[in-house]
Design a protein around this ligand. Structure first.
Ligand code: NCD
Ligand code: ZN
Length: 343
């Protein structure tokens, strides 16, 4: 008999962009509908580089008065000191630090230009057990965009873990077979987030029959063997893979442009998109651990006390949504989903 309803311990989103200002009324609510907690990415303009900025940003998120618990992150720069890390950790509100290689993605210009620049900060993180969250792509002009994650593993990540073997590390939004294999063979201190779009799509979806700007994100969608490897990774039930939507809103005009921004806005239907994908893969029984347990275990946090229920009911993801007076196109806009969260 087909399952008609699915009750899960409330899931968390371990990689989320909420932005700032008037759009928070949309973004925070869309996430709060389903997720208990979220790791909030710090790539604002200007980036969240100090504990004071993280505290102020969290206050603006909390002012939305939703049940979403914002777990803050610090944006690493070439100038982040050991003391900055200790202060962030001691604050109790900053859980992790995020490393963007300079130039890798949206608002990463102030990111790290060479790993050595942050050795002192990372040594401190290793010592105090603060997780390092990695955007794992190299950025050299001469490296093909489809090879940037693999290049990062070979030239940055392996040496980094050799130097700091006890570092707790999350390889964010992994997109390749090499990244999935790297995490599988790594120790318990290494985890990875996987987005809905990298499970659902490959680069043909992005490029065949016309370019689809709303499927453009970074790291960019890869060929189908990599999509398959990510599906296999979640199917394996390995507890070091967990849910991170990388929901990254950009207004319509910024996406449908001669130079379109990277990022998919998945929050309006994230848990349903994962549920549908897991069901299609025949691994619906693996959804709860991936969405609600694995990340909490990695971060050493308790499971959420509430539950959410998804029911088998067709509904259509809206073609567009209001974005503080502007328009935003959600991921899989206009598509019919078979699972709907009961409110
Ligand atoms: C993110 C954004 O827009 O902030 N974009 C994306 O394509 N994922 C940045 C990021 O996580 O790389
Ligand atoms: Zn992101």
């Amino acid at each position: 008999m087909t399952v008609q309803s699915l009750t899960l311990v409330q899931p968390d989103d371990w990689h989320l962009h909420l932005r700032d200002g008037s759009v928070l009324s949309r973004t925070v609510q869309d996430s709060a509908r389903q997720f208990g907690r979220a790791i909030i990415m710090p790539n604002l303009t200007p980036p969240v580089t100090t504990t004071a900025m993280a505290r102020e940003y969290k206050a603006r998120l909390d002012a939305q008065n939703t049940s979403l618990q914002a777990l803050m992150t610090l944006y690493l720069t070439d100038h982040t000191s050991a003391e900055d890390i200790r202060q962030a950790h001691a604050s109790g509100i900053v859980l992790a630090a995020k490393l963007y290689p300079a130039g890798a993605t949206t608002n990463s210009a102030a990111g790290v230009t060479a790993m050595e620049k942050v050795y002192e900060a990372i040594a401190t993180m290793e010592a105090i057990g603060m997780p390092l969250l990695l955007h794992g792509e190299i950025t050299h002009d001469n490296v093909d965009i489809f090879d940037r994650e693999k290049g990062f593993i070979d030239t940055q990540l392996i040496p980094l873990l050799d130097r700091f073997p006890g570092l707790r590390l999350v390889f964010e939004h992994i997109t390749t077979q090499q990244a999935a294999e790297f995490v599988q063979q790594a120790g318990a201190n290494v985890g990875a987030t996987i987005t809905p779009q990298h499970l659902m799509y490959n680069r043909n979806h992005l490029l065949v029959g016309g370019i689809k700007p709303h499927l453009y994100c970074l790291p960019v969608l890869k060929r189908n063997i990599h999509q398959q490897a990510l599906q296999d990774a979640v199917a394996s039930g390995n507890p070091r893979f967990f849910l991170g939507t990388d929901s990254a809103p950009h207004a319509l005009g910024a996406k449908q442009s001669a130079c379109g921004c990277a990022g998919c806005y998945s929050s309006p239907a994230a848990i349903e998109l994962y549920a549908q994908t897991f069901e299609e893969l025949g691994i619906l029984d693996k959804l709860e651990a991936f969405a609600s347990f694995n990340g909490a275990n990695f971060y050493g946090l308790p499971y959420n006390k509430k539950t959410i229920t998804l029911v088998r009911e067709d509904w259509q993801i809206p073609h567009s949504l209001d974005y503080a007076g502007d328009i935003i196109i959600p991921l899989a806009a206009g598509e019919t989903l078979r699972w709907k969260q009961k409110v």
